[in-house]
Design a protein around this ligand. Sequence first.
Ligand code: 6PG
Length: 222
Amino acid sequence: MNGDLVLVSDVAAAFTSAVLDHFATSKGPGVLALSGGTTAQRCYERLASCTDSGFWSELDVVWGDERCVPLDDADSNFALAVSAFGNLLESARSIHPMRCGDGVATYSATLKSLGGIGVVHLGLGPDGHTASLFPGSDALNAIGDVAFNSDPLGHNKHPRMTLTYPAIAKADLVIITVEGTSKRAALRRVIDGDVTAPAARVSGTRVIWLVDRLALGSPLPR
Ligand code: 6PG
C-alpha cells in the first residue's frame, strides 16, 4: 500500500493531531481539503473542539469531493462541514465549496489560484472508494485535477464532483481515516495492493492511513 499505516485507538484525535501538526510546521499551502461521510464528521467535530478562529484564519478550505446537490442539502459535504465546524468555518481565510454547476475547470482553477493543497482528507468506503473515485468509474482515469463522476454500481448516490488521483498526489499530505469493522475488507484489499479498490491507488508526497483496530482486524502486516 502507498503510505504509512498507523494503528490508533482514536481516529478523530489522531486526525486532529496530524492536521494541527502539519499546519504548525508546513511552509506549503495553508489549504485543507475536506471529505464527506460519518468518519469525516467525527473527525471534524473533534478538530472543531481543538481549534479557534485564529487557526482557521490561516486556512483556505476546499473540498475533496461533493455530491451534485444544493449546498444546503443534507447530503452535501459542504453541509456536513458547516454542521461539524459551525462558526469556525466563517473564520477561514476563504472557503470554496464545490459547485457542480460551475464545472470542473472552474474548481481546478480555484485550486491553482490557492497554490495547491496542503492537506487532503479522505475516507474509505466499504467498496474501496475514496473521495468520489468509485470502482469501475470513469474518473479513475482522469488526467485533470477535478472530474465529474458517479458510481456505476449505484452503491453511492448522487452524481459527484471529485479530486482525481493526480490532484490528490500533488497535496503535501494525504490523511486517510478508516474506522470500524465495515471497512475491514476494503482496508485489507488496500493493504494487499488490490488496485481494483480505488483507495489503493492513492499516492502522494506523504500519505498517512489512520486506522482503528476494528478496521484493521488481525495484527499489523509484517
Ligand atoms: C463522500 C465521501 C466518501 C467517504 C467514504 C467514507 O462524499 O461520500 O467523500 O469518500 O469519505 O464513503 O464514508 P464513511 O466514513 O461514512 O464510511
